[in-house]
Design a protein around this ligand. Structure first.
Ligand SMILES: *Cc1c(COP(=O)(O)O)cnc(C)c1O
Length: 388
C-alpha cells in the first residue's frame, strides 16, 4: 500500500502554478501600463519562482527587491529594471546592492545621507520612501506601515526638519534624490489608494515637483474581480500629468492572485473534544506559514465555512506544532485517509516562505500549462541539510 506509486501520497503535497491565470493577471496589468504609461514591477517577496520570469517579463517592466538576494535574482533572471528598498542597508552589502539594483530607495534621511552619494556615483536612480501617515487598513496591524511608531518611511516632519535644519542634507543630499516612494496598502482597492495618494500629495507634493518618478508601492489588488481599475488609472494619470513624473507600481500579490494551488492529502483523522481533525501530509507552519502568521484561512476547493456543509473538520498539519492548523472547513462527505485537499490562491507568499522545520520535506513546484502539470522544482534531503 505504502509503496503504491499511484497513491495520492506520491503526487502530493505539491504546489501547482497555473499559467492560464497568471497570463490573465499579466494582461490586466499590462493594460494599466499601456493605458497610463506607468511601469509595473513584480515585488519578488510575494513570488520569486524565476522559472516563470521569462513569461512575466514579457509583460512587466522589471522587479523590486526587499533584500540583496531578491535584487540579484531579479537582475539575473528577470532583467528589465531592478529596484530595491530596505528599511536600512547593511554597509557590507551596499556594494552588492549597487551591483544588482538600478533604483535604490532609502527609508530615512540618515540612510540617504549615508548612501545616496555612492549610489549616484554608480549611476543609480535614488528614491526616498516616505510615510504619508494615512492608515487605510482595518485588519492587519503588522501589515500597516502607517501604524503609530512605524519605522517605515520618512514622515513629513522628519523631512522638513532635515530640509530646514540640516544644511548638509538640504544642500548635498536632497538634490540627489530622484523619486519618492510610498507603500501603505495590503490587499486593497483603489479607493484606499486614492485616500492615501491625497494625503501623500498634500504633504509631499511640493517635493515631488523636483522628482523624476513616484512609486505607489504594492498592496494594490488590481487583478481581483471587484478592483476599480478606472480609478487607479485616474490616479496614475493625475500624478503623471500634474508632476511630470514616471509612475511605478510594484504589486506582488496581484501578479499571481489565484494563479496557483497547493494540493495535499489526508493521512489520518483524529477526534478530540468534539472536534474532528484531518491531519494532512503537509504543514501550515512549514508550507504556508502566512496562514499562521498573518493569520488567514485559505479557501479550499469544494469546502464551506465550518457548519455550512454537513461534515466539519479542522485541517491540520503534520508538524509537531500544536498550532499547525490551516483552518476549520465543512464538506459534503466525511473526510477519509487518501482524500485530496486542495488549497486555492496559493501562489503568493507561500513558496517564498516555506521552511523545513521539523525536517519536513519541501513540496515540489509544478507548472500547469493547458492540461499538463510539469515539475519545475523538486527538493530533497540536501535542501534541508545544506542550511544547517
Ligand atoms: C510587500 C511590498 C510590496 C508588495 O506588496 P503586495 O501586497 O504583495 O502587493 C511592494 N513594495 C514594498 C515596499 C513592499 O514592502
Amino acid at each position: 500500500m505504502g509503496e503504491d506509486m499511484d497513491s495520492i501520497f506520491y503526487s502530493t503535497p505539491r504546489f501547482v502554478i497555473q499559467e492560464e491565470m497568471l497570463i490573465k493577471n499579466l494582461e490586466i496589468l499590462k493594460k494599466v501600463m499601456d493605458d497610463t504609461g506607468c511601469k509595473i514591477l513584480l515585488a519578488q517577496k510575494a513570488y520569486s519562482i524565476y522559472q516563470t520570469y521569462p513569461l512575466i517579463s514579457k509583460y512587466l517592466s522589471g522587479t523590486t527587491a526587499s533584500g540583496i538576494y531578491e535584487a540579484r535574482l531579479g537582475k539575473e533572471r528577470f532583467g528589465g529594471e531592478t529596484h530595491i528598498f530596505s528599511p536600512a542597508y547593511i554597509d557590507a552589502q551596499f556594494r552588492q546592492v549597487l551591483e544588482y539594483a538600478d533604483h535604490v530607495v532609502f527609508n530615512s534621511v540618515g540612510q540617504a545621507e549615508r548612501f545616496a552619494h555612492e549610489a549616484k556615483q554608480h549611476g543609480k536612480s535614488t528614491g526616498l520612501r516616505v510615510n504619508p501617515e494615512c492608515s487605510t487598513q482595518k485588519g492587519h496591524a503588522i501589515y500597516d506601515p502607517c501604524a503609530p511608531g512605524s519605522r517605515l518611511g520618512c514622515t513629513i516632519d522628519q523631512l522638513e526638519d532635515a530640509v530646514k535644519n540640516n544644511a548638509k542634507f538640504s544642500r548635498d543630499v536632497m538634490p540627489l534624490i530622484d523619486g519618492l516612494h510610498f507603500h501603505t496598502l495590503c490587499e486593497q482597492n483603489s479607493d484606499d489608494l486614492e485616500t492615501t495618494a491625497k494625503a501623500f500629495e498634500e504633504k509631499f507634493g511640493k517635493y515631488l515637483r523636483d522628482m523624476k518618478w513616484v512609486n505607489f508601492g504594492g498592496g494594490h489588488h488590481i487583478t481581483r474581480g471587484d478592483y476599480d481599475i478606472e480609478r487607479l488609472e485616474r490616479i496614475i494619470t493625475h500624478f503623471r500629468d500634474e508632476y511630470d513624473v514616471q509612475v511605478y507600481l510594484e504589486p506582488g500579490e496581484a501578479v499571481v492572485l489565484n494563479a496557483g494551488i497547493f494540493e495535499t492529502a489526508v493521512i489520518d483523522i483524529v477526534h478530540n473534544g468534539g472536534v474532528d481533525i484531518a491531519i494532512l501530509n503537509s504543514s501550515a507552519a512549514c508550507h504556508t506559514p502566512d496562514v499562521i502568521e498573518m493569520p488567514y484561512t485559505p479557501p479550499v476547493s469544494g469546502a464551506g465555512k465550518p457548519g455550512e456543509k454537513k461534515y466539519t473538520y479542522r485541517l491540520a498539519g503534520c508538524s509537531c506544532l500544536a498550532g499547525d492548523v490551516f483552518g476549520d472547513y465543512s464538506f459534503d462527505e466525511p473526510l477519509k485517509r487518501e482524500d485530496k485537499v486542495v488549497f486555492e490562491d496559493m501562489a503568493l507568499y507561500t513558496m517564498v516562505k516555506t521552511n523545513t522545520f521539523n525536517g519536513i520535506p519541501l513540496p515540489p513546484i509544478y507548472y500547469q500549462k493547458g492540461g499538463v502539470a510539469e515539475a519545475i522544482k523538486v527538493f530533497g534531503y540536501d535542501d534541508f541539510e545544506s542550511r544547517l
